[in-house]
Design a binder for this molecule. Structure first.
Ligand SMILES: Cc1ncc(COP(=O)(O)O)c(C=O)c1O
Length: 418
């Protein structure tokens, strides 16, 4: 089908405002073939242009950690189907869920050894908050004021105002604090607080790196007040920071914190089968003692999805895999810092591993930079809650020469915009 036809149908039957958004930016493009680190559009942006081919630095926030159609993942999906796997029945005991739970217990920090399964990140965050409230019998939740944790009930409550207010979703039990400010946090956590929930590096919030010691202090305060510490590793987990977990050495190598709950999604799908997890310390299991059917997800933890996810975990837990992410991250960081030295438009460059943000002097520049990058072959975007920051999350399988291409295109983008 032609791009213009798809836009027409999409406008009529899916979401007109979204189609109009892209049209107004002269980005009339529809995703086509994707493979490795690339995502191709069905057509070029101008008539007679060849199909637009982009290096995927968006990766849907890490869904495409292994790039698109990694051969071992595609094989696991077809092998799983051939072996008779499907969603399974959510009431019954499942071998695939048992095996994935066991595998996660070996990889997650400390004694986080129990896992429940959902379909998307928001649902898994909801469960983490339910666990904290069910266990502590308290209702207050503290999160960051620029946070994004998903669009479902409790998750939305923990998000920034911008996502909540249009839906009049101002739950009085949900308090929001500036990320990184330990004094305010100390004053906010009390013996009424059920949980604190933070991303280790807020992605939508602007790729913020807290000062060293921030998470250790949170851990201590949670211990003192009996508050549950929830860490959202939906974007930072699974190797993104050059370590398996942002909270366990990924932000600061010698700061290895064990929260009470870790939530994973996006990359858990390996790009092909939606799956998310809420992993927790055994003491929290008490919540399900009386009724093990208290929290269910019919299609969460599909047996086929678990099978694929185990293959993804096998790939990323190879020591050579994380070493590769660290090396590529170092290359990217070095290049970005060199570009920053030469550009007056850049205020800051920050990140870890293969998760980087470039902060520009204003939002408009950031928007034009995004457009210029897309037109020039790199798919990146700006952070929804801190729009003057552009973020780059390339696939973790990226190679040095591809990093160099991205860096060259960033330089070109900056010089095109003067
Ligand atoms: C940090 C973080 N947490 C949670 C979510 C929600 O995940 P999902 O869109 O799968 O519900 C997102 C999605 O962007 C996210 O970035």
């Amino acid at each position: 089908m032609k791009t213009s036809e798809i836009f027409e149908i999409y406008s009529q039957h899916v979401c007109k405002p979204k189609a109009s958004f892209f049209e107004q930016l002269n980005l009339k493009m529809v995703q086509g073939k994707r493979y490795g680190i690339y995502i191709e559009m069905l057509e070029g942006l101008r008539e007679d242009d060849p199909p637009l081919k982009l290096i995927d630095c968006h990766t849907s926030g890490g869904v495409k950690n292994l790039g698109s159609h990694h051969p071992e993942i595609d094989k696991a999906l077809t092998d799983g189907l051939k072996a008779g796997l499907d969603i399974g029945d959510h009431h019954l005991i499942s071998e695939q869920r048992a095996l994935l739970g066991k595998e996660l217990a070996t990889l997650l920090p400390g004694d986080i050894s129990k896992t429940m399964f959902s379909v998307g990140g928001g649902e898994a965050i909801d469960l983490s908050i339910k666990l904290a409230r069910g266990y502590t019998k308290r209702s207050q939740i503290i999160s960051a004021d620029k946070a994004y944790h998903g669009v479902t009930g409790f998750a939305l409550g923990a998000c920034s105002k911008s996502f909540r207010e249009p839906f009049h979703w101002n739950l009085t039990d949900f308090k929001h604090v500036p990320f990184g400010n330990i004094d305010i946090l100390h004053k906010s956590i009390t013996e009424e607080t059920a949980a604190v929930i933070f991303e280790t590096i807020p992605a939508t919030g602007g790729i913020l790196i807290p000062e060293k010691g921030y998470f250790s202090e949170i851990r201590e305060t949670c211990n003192e007040t009996g508050t549950i510490m929830i860490i959202d590793e939906v974007q930072t987990g699974l190797g993104r920071t050059g370590q398996l977990w942002g909270i366990h050495g990924g932000v600061y190598p010698d700061e290895k914190i064990v929260p009470d709950i870790i939530v994973l999604a996006k990359g858990m799908s390996a790009g092909v089968y939606p799956l998310s997890t809420t992993s927790y310390k055994p003491f929290l299991e008490e919540v399900f003692e009386e009724d093990p059917f208290l929290h269910i997800s019919t299609t969460g933890g599909s047996e086929l999805g678990c099978f694929v996810t185990r293959k993804m975990l096998e790939i990323i837990s190879e020591p050579s895999f994380l070493k590769h992410v660290q090396e590529m991250g170092n290359l990217f960081q070095k290049g970005l810092l060199e570009i920053k030295e030469k550009s007056e438009k850049i205020i800051d460059v920050r990140g870890r591993g293969l998760m980087w943000g470039i902060e520009f002097e204003d939002e408009l520049f950031s928007l034009f930079f995004t457009l210029s990058m897309i037109k020039n072959g790199v798919f990146c975007d700006y952070c929804g809650n801190f729009k003057q920051v552009n973020k780059f999350l390339p696939p973790l399988i990226i190679q040095p020469e591809e990093i160099q291409i991205i860096l060259n295109k960033i330089e070109e983008g900056l010089s095109n915009l003067g």
